[in-house]
Ligand binder design. Structure first.
Ligand SMILES: [Zn+2]
Length: 198
């Protein structure tokens, strides 16, 4: 069975106000605390890595460097894609009033995310990079609060690695297939989660 290939790098924001620090511990608490303690009650956090306001890259869920997503590497970023994805989040994504989605990436976060994306592509030359809002199950989310395809092109990422250049090639069928595999994987991996996206 070969349904756990790492196909996607999905970019997220924490959907927190501009300039407010968010840590790995916050993310773990928000996602895995029981619902009655204010968490989402997931068995795993939603992101593999995160980028702090100062550009620091912090690992949330360890992973190896092969082209597969093992059960222990899964992060719950997007319903239906988790078994084939790695999820990276930057702290921010909302305006200071916490009312409107906003690209709040600091200069340091921009640099770190660029290096991260390019390094991930070097490691996994066939990976497709997308924003959470482009995923089939995005449910109208604004995350990560910027146009990922446009930004990727602006930093010189090859079209072959840009998801929204690939939509036609992937075709609905290929995506539906990926979804189905995911759902199966999600069911086994997410024994105590009903919702699995961040
Ligand atoms: Zn997201």
């Amino acid at each position: 069975m070969n349904n756990n290939k790492l196909n996607y790098l999905v970019l997220h924001c924490t959907a927190t106000p501009e300039g407010r620090p968010v840590t790995k511990d916050d993310i773990i608490r928000w996602h895995t605390n029981p619902v009655h303690l204010g968490g989402r009650g997931w068995n795993r956090p939603g992101y593999a890595d995160m980028i702090y306001l100062n550009g620091d890259l912090v690992n949330v869920i360890p992973f190896n460097t092969d082209d597969f997503v093992d059960q222990w590497e899964i992060s719950n970023g997007v319903v239906g894609l988790n078994g084939n994805s790695r999820h990276i989040v930057y702290a921010g994504g909302m305006d200071t009033e916490n009312k409107k989605p906003k690209d709040t990436r600091t200069k340091e976060q921009l640099e770190a995310l660029e290096v991260y994306v390019k390094y991930t592509i070097k490691r996994h030359p066939k990976i497709l990079v997308l924003g959470h809002n482009e995923a089939p199950n995005a449910h109208g989310k604004a995350c990560p609060s910027f146009n990922v395809g446009e930004w990727l092109r602006s930093i010189g990422v090859d079209d072959a690695n840009i998801y929204n250049k690939q939509v036609e090639d992937l075709s609905a069928g290929a995506l539906a297939k990926a979804d189905k595999k995911e759902d199966l994987q999600t069911e086994t991996a997410e024994t105590n989660s009903t919702e699995t996206e961040a």
